[in-house]
Design a protein. Structure first.
Length: 325
């Protein structure tokens, strides 16, 4: 369904306030991957990693500088027209809808653009309004909709022409928790019933964890991980969490054993290097009256946060660790 080989994309820009000089930005640097029918996968990475550039190339909005990309067997350079009618693109935010029109008029207009056959158009629109839970509100102007309702309408618009591949760029950005959950439910249901390829970028780890079977992590325009979400922990997490519950309350010193994450008089959670988990458990059991002990992996979100820290030093450290893994 998607085949990408050694794909690069460079931008030319000018930098400097007074003496402006030309600069070349490499948004994608030799990216390669492939996607099979029915996959729902996530594209992860920090801001500026190249995620949106990748989606824009695959949706024929940008031409690659070099390399190749084929979508549904068609080349994105030479056969863009044959691709566009068979893919859907949903992005987060308020763009892409006509606020002064009703939801129904919006969908009718986009159905005409997508050349949805008139004999099936009404039934298609009705089923999508039902799917995204806007049935009964479709004749109201979009300007009166909440942000969550607008985002669900975005999804209906992206599915109007029954695409074989759906690209989702931050589809839950700015939504409240309830709206995020509803959007995820719609996407999961549609993907399971229609077996299309769904490519998702999101900064909300819950989107990735609940929806994606496979994850590609990209940074500085390069892919350094491609596989199941769970294996991110096995490959990149150097720590585990030990949870301890004690028989009696009291102050206990765990200096040197691990980082204390949560602590009460009767319990503690320690973040411990993977190589020292067994040794730490033995030492605590020998010195304390423990009634319960358990060992868990770090949450995926915490592992991702370590990989893409806010500070340059943590980013550099993570990249050095990846280079030797």
């Amino acid at each position: 369904m998607i085949e990408v080989e050694e794909l690069t994309r460079r931008y030319r820009s000018r930098t400097g306030a007074f003496r402006r000089r030309a600069a070349v930005v490499e948004a994608l640097r030799g990216v390669s991957f492939s996607v099979e029918r029915g996959e729902l996968f996530g594209l992860l990475g920090p801001n500026g990693a190249g995620k949106t550039t990748m989606i824009k190339v695959l949706t024929t909005l940008l031409l690659p500088t070099s390399g190749s990309a084929r979508v549904l067997g068609f080349d994105v350079r030479r056969e863009a027209r044959r691709i566009r009618g068979r893919i859907g693109y949903v992005f987060g935010g308020d763009r892409g809808l006509y606020d002064r029109l009703s939801a129904l008029d919006n969908l009718r207009y986009f159905a005409d653009l997508y050349r949805v056959p008139p004999r099936t158009r009404s039934a298609r629109i009705d089923s999508l309004l039902e799917l995204v839970d806007l049935k009964g509100r479709e004749r109201e102007r979009v300007e009166t909709y909440s942000r969550g309702m607008k985002q669900r309408l975005h999804i209906a618009r992206g599915l109007l022409h029954d695409p074989e591949i759906l690209f989702l760029d931050e589809p839950t950005i700015g939504l409240d928790v309830v709206s995020q959950k509803r959007v995820r439910e719609f996407l999961r249901l549609y993907n399971s019933e229609h077996r299309i390829v769904t490519m998702l970028t999101s900064h909300y780890m819950q989107d990735i964890e609940e929806l994606c079977d496979r994850v590609i992590i990209i940074d500085h325009g390069k892919i350094f991980f491609d596989g199941p979400l769970d294996s991110i922990i096995d490959r990149f997490s150097g720590y585990k969490i030990i949870s301890l519950t004690f028989q009696t309350p009291g102050e206990r010193d765990f200096t040197g054993l691990g980082e204390e994450l949560e602590k009460t008089p009767l319990s503690v959670q320690l973040k411990v290097p993977r190589a020292k988990v067994t040794e730490t458990c033995r030492q605590v059991l020998a010195e304390c009256a423990v009634v319960d002990i358990s060992v868990q992996e770090l949450p995926v979100e915490e592992v991702i946060r370590q990989l893409f820290g806010e500070h340059d030093a943590s980013r550099a450290s993570a990249q050095a660790a990846l280079a030797t893994s």
